[in-house]
Design a protein around this ligand. Structure first.
Ligand SMILES: Cc1cc2nc3c(=O)[nH]c(=O)nc-3n(C[C@H](O)[C@H](O)[C@H](O)COP(=O)(O)OP(=O)(O)OC[C@H]3O[C@@H](n4cnc5c(N)ncnc54)[C@H](O)[C@@H]3O)c2cc1C
Length: 401
């Protein structure tokens, strides 16, 4: 194995292009529904349309089997509020999101997600994705329901976020699309939407794309077109090789999906709530390292000398046990859980975290950098759930972990 640079230096020239060149050729694809972008959302849209009897075409820049943010897997499923153990209703959950964002969120979209999230998860189970502790690996754990074998994250009392074994979510969605006869076109980079009469703002009647391998131009004609190209991390962060980046969106996406919509005359909403991307240390913890956020919620954090940083509840009151980090604090309705596109949690729904004056205390010398997540200090089932199960199911790879 060598890098591209090493290869060119060694050989003295560029490698030959391994695919046939079809510049100047035009391919036409006709369908009822065209989905642009086959991440989790695009695949799900294609499956739903095909199940409803539509003829569906999908165009994907990478390969739909592993492309997009879900390609590496998923370890917990938010908003499954209608699961049999949940104490939260879709109305409660939607209100919590809406209030936390001070109205700058699509409450109707959140409501639909909450109403249907559990049903969608059951569909995933039918496709072969493991959503329960079927091998009884976590029997008796605080976060497990013994009857349904479901396992919960963040809020063990209200039980609306479910831990899942989702490393294969994309291959399973891909297989389902194939089973349903969805016409998938991989390695297609979309260039623009087609509108009726070529007029901006007129009805969309398809899209155009270039085959990234052959250079062939493709015209997709469809009665309905869905853009599902995901978030665009490259708009805020320019170097996808920064592995410590903690973006929840695709580091390779510079927003072509958004741009084709804009050029065709789409109206954009809730732009005020667009989230920026963050580097590690300034927010979300990346998956390759420990922290207190997301998958690692509840993990003990120690300084370089092994001194443990205290956890506090959402109102700043100290917490003494690990279990308390997964239960609503006194005066709190339920914990929403991080990772659902909320940038400003109301305390009423916020999760516990490290003491808020940590930065000051580091500056004063009470804690010495660097900090580490010390999972050995967790109760055994929690440790296995975070490190053995969750990190492996959504990390970049299951093997080194
Ligand atoms: C490391 C990581 C862990 C995560 N863990 C969880 C979790 O545990 N639980 C959870 O609920 N969420 C999690 N998320 C978030 C979740 O994975 C994403 O919100 C979700 O996968 C987004 O799906 P999407 O289909 O909307 O977008 P994407 O996954 O970004 O898919 C967009 C697709 O469009 C394609 N595309 C882009 N531009 C073009 C173009 N111009 N032409 C053609 N195709 C194009 C891309 O190749 C891609 O396949 C995680 C995200 C990351 C990055």
């Amino acid at each position: 194995m060598s890098t591209w640079h090493e290869y060119v230096q060694r050989k003295g020239n560029l490698p030959e292009w391994p695919y046939p060149i079809h510049y100047g050729k035009v391919k036409e694809v006709v369908s009822d529904v065209l989905v642009i972008g086959a991440g989790v959302a695009g695949c799900r849209a294609a499956i739903a349309a095909a199940r409803a009897g539509a003829m569906v075409a999908v165009m994907e820049r990478g390969h739909a089997k592993r492309s997009g943010c879900g390609g590496a897997g998923v370890d917990h499923w938010h908003g499954a509020v209608t699961n049999p153990c949940s104490k939260v209703t879709p109305e409660m959950y939607t209100k919590a999101c809406y209030d936390s964002m001070h109205g700058y969120t699509g409450a109707h979209v959140r409501y639909i997600i909450n109403k249907e999230g559990w049903d969608t998860l059951l569909e995933c189970e039918q496709m072969g994705i493991q959503i329960r502790d079927v091998h009884d690996e976590f029997k008796g754990a605080d976060f497990r329901d013994e009857e349904t074998k479901l396992m919960f994250a963040y809020d063990y009392q209200n039980r609306h976020v479910i831990r899942v074994w989702g490393f294969d979510i994309k291959p399973k969605l891909y297989a389902e699309m194939q089973r349903l006869g969805v016409d998938v076109h991989n390695r297609m980079a979309t260039t623009s939407l087609l509108t009726e009469g070529g007029k901006q703002g007129a009805r969309v009647v398809g899209a155009t794309a270039v085959d990234a391998r052959t250079g062939e131009f493709c015209v997709f004609r469809a009665k309905a077109t869905i853009i599902a190209t995901g978030g665009a991390a490259r708009l805020a962060l320019f170097a996808p090789e920064i592995t410590a980046a903690s973006s929840m969106a695709d580091m390779n996406s510079a927003g072509v999906g958004q741009a084709i919509g804009w050029n065709a005359g789409a109206e954009f909403v809730c732009m005020e709530a667009s989230g920026h991307n963050r580097l590690s240390g300034f927010g979300y913890t990346p998956y390759s390292m420990g922290g207190t956020s997301n998958t690692y919620h509840g993990a003990p954090i120690v300084d370089v000398e092994g001194k443990e940083v205290p956890w506090v509840d959402t109102f700043g009151r100290p917490l003494n046990t690990v279990l308390q980090r997964f239960l609503p604090a006194e005066g709190q309705q339920f914990i929403l859980g991080i990772g659902i596109g909320i940038t400003n949690y109301l305390r009423e729904y916020n999760q516990d975290d490290l003491t808020r004056d940590l930065v000051e205390r580091i500056r004063k010398g009470e804690f010495k950098l660097p900090l580490y997540a010390d999972l050995t200090r967790l109760p055994e089932t929690e440790r296995r759930a975070i490190f053995g199960m969750m990190v492996g199911n959504e990390g970049k790879t299951r093997i080194p972990i």
